[in-house]
Write a protein that binds this ligand. Structure first.
Ligand SMILES: C[S@@+](CC[C@H](N)C(=O)[O-])C[C@H]1O[C@@H](n2cnc3c(N)ncnc32)[C@H](O)[C@@H]1O
Length: 254
């Protein structure tokens, strides 16, 4: 219980701190998605009644948060997690009337053009969103003026500029780190399409510390947690914020 209490940090994440940390860790697929979303949402304008696509929603913690905190209607779309599994999370959280789970791959989204007021993606875009054609593909599902918000593992420098994946990162994530870009990379990648205006692109302050805290708590409280999390703990400890962070990027469709 003590370790879980470390995840309650009302000074920094007041909204997330109202959620049961045991519930959150039980849905773990990566570093605290509510902290990432709460921070990202500071750069978005989410209003009650909006229709929001939570893309790569995993087991659904962020979709519950979106529905409860911002009063939006959510489509929770994910590829690895069955819709029934996510739907059970939404029912148990009492938001089944406002959150719909859809199993889909991010390149074949089963939605009509311009169906969303916002698309939010937490710790998922790195898996499917870095190709040149992806932003133009995704933008067609936003209404004009609709918002896009992405929180994705990011680096303080482009791997391309460093010339190699730093050894402590490569040991844990291998080549996947080439999808971990700087906020400036995302800004250029999106703005050059002239389809959106980028409204903010920043590294999350002390993201590596948040990520480390999350990994430490998961190591302590999850069955077999140490085995799964120790490599990440070692990577982040060695890094100390030199390279690793999260990029928080928001944009509005023209
Ligand atoms: C690290 S998990 C994060 C899940 C959740 N957003 C969270 O923060 O807990 C990454 C998610 O991206 C989703 N994902 C990965 N590749 C995808 C793809 N090609 N299409 C749709 N979703 C994808 C996975 O299904 C997975 O749930």
């Amino acid at each position: 219980m003590t370790a879980l209490n470390d995840l309650v940090r009302p000074d920094r994440y007041p909204r997330s701190s109202r959620y049961d940390p045991a519930w959150l860790v039980g849905l773990d697929m990566g570093p605290n998605p509510l902290w990432l979303l709460e921070d990202l949402a500071r750069d978005l304008d989410l209003r009650p009644g909006m229709k929001v696509l939570d893309l790569g929603s995993g087991k659904g913690a962020t979709s519950v948060f979106l529905a409860r905190e911002y009063g939006v209607e959510v489509v929770a779309a994910d590829w690895w997690i069955a819709a029934e599994e996510a739907a059970a999370v939404f029912a148990a959280a009492g938001v089944a009337d406002r959150v719909t789970a859809v199993r889909t791959e991010a390149h074949v989204l089963p939605f009509e053009p311009e169906s969303f007021d916002a698309v939010v993606s937490i710790d998922a875009f790195e898996y499917f969103g870095t190709a040149d054609g992806y932003l133009p593909y995704l933008a067609r599902f936003l209404r004009p003026g609709g918002q896009l918000g992405v929180a994705t593992p990011g680096m303080t420098r482009e791997v391309r500029d460093i010339g190699f994946v730093p050894a402590h990162v490569k040991r844990v994530v291998g080549w996947e780190a080439i999808a971990w870009h700087t906020p400036e990379w995302w800004r250029f990648q999106w703005e050059i399409t002239e389809l959106v205006d980028v409204t903010s692109a920043r590294l999350q302050e002390d993201a590596w510390r948040d990520w480390l805290l999350w990994a430490r708590v998961c190591a302590e409280v999850q069955p077999d947690g140490l085995k799964a999390n120790q490599p990440v703990i070692d990577m982040l400890t060695e890094d100390g914020g030199e390279y690793l962070s999260f990029a928080l990027v928001t944009a509005r469709k023209k």
